[in-house]
Design a protein around this ligand. Structure first.
Ligand SMILES: Nc1ncnc2c1ncn2[C@@H]1O[C@H](COP(=O)(O)OP(=O)(O)OP(=O)(O)O)[C@@H](O)[C@H]1O
Ligand SMILES: [Mg+2]
Length: 435
């Protein structure tokens, strides 16, 4: 929670509002503005592209509870403040009205006794209209507050509604097989275009899978269907022979650690919380440290002013006035990867998890990851050094699987996979030659 340096109607004493430091390449200023932390939190909740990760990680309830706490504090303070403010203003308006009406009577008597010219009546009119204006402003203020209170209850009721939870079947163990059975899919915004076309594949438990293909081939969509975020428009996604639709979706999500291409950057939280949000149901310092190391995030988090307790957004400031630090794209990606590892789920899904991370770090991350023989790993990547480590590679083109097999078999085939990675293959051959 940040400090409150100034007083205005939205900033009650006690500092419930996060201090914001304006920092722009062209202009840096020490003028503080105040944004309630919950606004940043709400921003995370309302980004359409982030909803998938929030649902997959079971974060929606956690963030709503967090927001609810913040909102209750913020709104009650605000309403209390406005009530107090209005009483004072009402008193001021009252005194003003009495004075103005008094002078109105006095002027009228003066006109009657011919001590004042009749033109003074205009003045009288102005006084009356000003008094009426003040009174109507007061009524408007009152109704706004009533509306605010009513909205608060509506919002609370809305938040109590349960989320769509899928079927009722419970998942008691990690599925031995994930099967895509002749799956086709189109987004409802473009019903005429099948983004996935007749996809059939089987992923065995603990297998390491790589998905490759050009931009727009349907790789991320495939992951979304696997996570049950969308359902096929034709065919089935089966877990041990049972359609994923029939399962309680939260049970399935608990077995998954999905790092999406559009992963969330929790700008209102510390570096540590960004990792812990991988599983809000546990607190495991050992796992936290290991996840950060495995994601190659330790080197930079150690250099942060307050290490893991640093806010990673320079709009934030902690109680001791330590300003938050902005991260680079690759650093954010490492934290998101650490969040995925912290989840410690049996099925890991990574959608271009290291696209902003340098090649050497990526190689180390995947060497470690692929050593895990008791986890199913499905990764989307454009880097040969990662893809070649997988047990099976599926190549997507225009929504369909056009080739599949091991790196060796696909290279020998000299087909589409070979063509796609030809340049990177040459690079790796050169490296081999110079060894
Ligand atoms: N939410 C959406 N609504 C409508 N169409 C979408 C949506 N998301 C993706 N698409 C479309 O679906 C197709 C496949 O997109 P997808 O994101 O699955 O591709 P991708 O293989 O992951 O690409 P990239 O390598 O660029 O990440 C694209 O043509 C894209 O325009
Ligand atoms: Mg994608």
């Amino acid at each position: 929670m940040g400090r409150c340096k100034a007083e205005f109607s939205g900033c009650p004493r006690g500092g419930y509002f996060q201090t914001v430091w304006l920092d722009h390449p062209l202009r840096t200023t020490n003028v503080y503005i105040f944004i309630p932390m919950r606004y940043l939190l709400e921003w995370s909740l309302l980004q359409p592209k982030q909803i998938a990760e929030l649902r997959l990680y079971g974060m929606v309830r956690h963030l709503l509870d967090l927001r609810m706490k913040r909102r209750d504090i913020d709104e009650r303070k605000r309403i209390d403040f406005e009530r107090k403010y209005m009483t004072r203003r009402f008193m001021a308006d009252g005194i003003e009205a009495v004075a103005e009406v008094g002078s109105l009577i006095w002027i009228t008597l003066q006109i009657i006794s011919r001590s004042q010219p009749i033109g003074q009546f205009i003045y009288v009119q102005q006084v009356v209209s000003r008094t009426m204006g003040g009174a109507s402003g007061f009524v408007t203020q009152l109704s706004t507050i009533d509306e605010d209170i009513a909205n608060l209850f509506d919002y609370e009721e809305f938040m109590q509604l349960s989320e769509r939870s899928g079927g009722t079947k419970r998942i008691s163990s990690v599925p031995e097989e994930i099967v895509f059975d002749d799956v086709s899919f189109h987004y409802h915004t473009r019903e005429d275009v099948d983004v996935l076309k007749n996809i059939s594949l089987t992923i065995k438990r603990n297998q390491h899978i790589a998905i490759v293909g050009e931009n727009g081939a349907g790789k991320s969509t495939f992951i979304k269907l696997l996570g049950g975020l969308y359902h096929p428009t034709k065919g089935h996604v089966l877990l041990d022979g049972v359609d994923v639709i029939e399962y309680n979706i939260s049970d399935w999500h608990k077995l998954l650690a999905v790092l999406q291409q559009d992963f969330i950057q929790y700008g209102f939280a510390t570096a540590q919380d960004n990792v812990l949000f991988g599983n809000v149901e546990k607190s495991d310092p050992g796992m936290l440290a290991k996840s950060i190391e495995d994601a190659e995030a330790k080197a930079f988090t150690d250099k942060l002013p307050k290490k893991l307790d640093t806010y990673i957004n320079n709009w934030m400031e902690d109680d001791e006035v330590n300003k938050g630090i902005d991260l680079s794209g690759g650093q954010w990606q490492r934290l998101a990867l650490a969040r995925n590892f912290y989840r410690d789920a049996p099925v890991i899904i990574l959608d271009e998890p290291t696209s902003a991370i340098d090649a050497l770090a990526e190689a180390r991350i995947f060497d470690r990851l692929f050593k895990e023989k008791d986890k199913t790993i499905i990764t989307i990547s454009h880097r040969l050094t990662t893809v070649e480590k997988a047990d099976v590679i599926y190549m997507f083109e225009d929504g369909a699987i056009v080739e599949s097999g091991t790196h060796q078999s696909l290279t020998n085939k000299k087909g589409k996979y070979y063509k796609m990675f030809k340049a990177q293959l040459r690079d790796s051959d050169k490296k081999e030659d110079t060894k």
